[in-house]
Design a protein around this ligand. Structure first.
Ligand code: NAP
Length: 335
């Protein structure tokens, strides 16, 4: 029997960050409990972890489950209400790590790169960014709460419901000879591999403090991301670009279609915690692809397809813009 001297509870432990973090913490010797609402299908519990069905909106049940843990990781806190729940853990747990988002940064006029000190949105009505920003302020204002707040970019990894890289993975599977990208293929948007988010969670637990940290991969252009996916999958494709935004027929669409680069500074996490990526970009891609391709094949075998595996891609942009192959063929033929 393994004897653990530290314990961790992950709220949202069966999600993509939760699973990656569970694996990292189990490897570091923690007894890990995953908190989630729905029953976990047989065989899905990550090695070495246990699970507990709890709704984080049931405050008494939640706090009862969290009490006494060395580390609490919250992947599904979105509002100041969630902040007030977590604030009650001051003095009752060792430390906390709460997942936030880079969407909290106040635009327009974002610097390149964006440091953690850049102002965050403040609005009375709480949408996703302002709810997260208010949550952060609530946590940081709580005395005696060693909480690390991680502002991540767009996540990628196994078990994600919104895998932007699918844009290029599917093209490689379809043996497409080219991809056409708007904005000259130069858009930069922060992405975060979940394995490296997990690595940073572990580093935060080793050095508890009240802090905010940006968490992002090295800033690649969208053309570079496409090229890396194709290279990892052994697919040769031309990357065709044009200036300006994507066209109404979908030509040039990609998920990071921003006219100005958005880049997070990761100087602080490197300096404060000595962070270095646990997985290289290409290895993180390989891990994701190894999960995503069979997951989509299983969905197809059930009569569905990729929108069933990545419903959040469809929720964000609809099902039709992702793969405008006819528009690409016409564009390349007319070039
Ligand atoms: N996706 C992105 O690109 C992105 C970008 C920036 C930041 N983020 C942040 O990342 C976090 C999401 O992490 P993720 O992608 O790992 O999540 P995920 O894969 O969607 O998983 C969510 C997890 O939370 C559990 N859960 C949801 N509601 C719950 C509740 N009320 N009580 C208890 N458990 C609950 C889910 O299981 P059950 O459904 O069984 O409860 C599941 O385990 C969010 O904080 C989001 O703001 C995401």
């Amino acid at each position: 029997m393994t004897v653990h001297d530290r314990s961790a509870f992950i709220i949202g432990g069966t999600g993509q960050i939760g699973r990656a973090t569970a694996a990292r913490l189990v490897a570091a010797g923690y007894a890990v409990t995953l908190g989630h609402r729905r029953p976990l299908p047989a065989g899905e519990l990550p090695d070495g972890a246990t699970s507990l069905q709890v709704d984080r909106n049931d405050t008494e049940a939640l706090l009862g489950a969290l009490d006494g843990h060395d580390l609490v990781v919250d992947t599904v806190a979105f509002t100041p209400y969630h902040g007030t729940q977590l604030a009650r853990l001051a003095g009752r747990v060792g430390s906390l790590v709460v997942i936030s988002t880079g969407a909290v940064y106040q635009a327009p006029g974002l610097p390149v790169p964006i440091p953690e000190t850049w102002p965050t949105v403040e609005r009375e009505a709480h949408d996703y960014p302002s709810g997260k920003a208010a949550l952060e302020r609530c946590l940081l204002a709580t005395p005696g709460l060693p909480v690390s707040i991680l502002r991540t970019g767009v996540l990628h990894g196994p078990h994600g419901r919104s895998l932007d890289h699918w844009s290029f993975i599917k093209r490689a599977l379809d043996r497409r000879p080219y991809v056409v990208l708007a904005q000259d293929g130069l858009s930069r948007f922060p992405t975060s591999a979940v394995a490296n988010v997990a690595e940073i969670v572990h580093l935060c637990a080793l050095k508890p403090a009240a802090r905010v940290l940006n968490v992002a991969d090295d800033p690649l252009t969208v053309a570079e991301v496409a090229a890396r996916v194709f290279a990892v999958m052994g697919h040769e494709a031309e990357i065709v670009t044009f200036a300006g935004p994507s066209r109404p027929d979908g030509l040039g669409f990609h998920p990071w279609n921003v006219p100005e680069p958005i880049v997070f500074s990761t100087d602080r996490v490197r300096a404060e915690l000595g962070y270095r990526p646990a997985l290289s970009y290409d290895d993180a891609l390989r891990q994701t692809i190894e999960w995503a391709v069979p997951a989509v094949e299983r969905a197809r075998a059930r009569g569905g397809g990729w929108p069933d595996v990545f419903p959040d891609l469809v929720a964000r942009h609809g099902p039709d813009v992702w793969f405008p192959y006819a528009a690409e063929d016409a564009h390349v033929a007319g070039a």
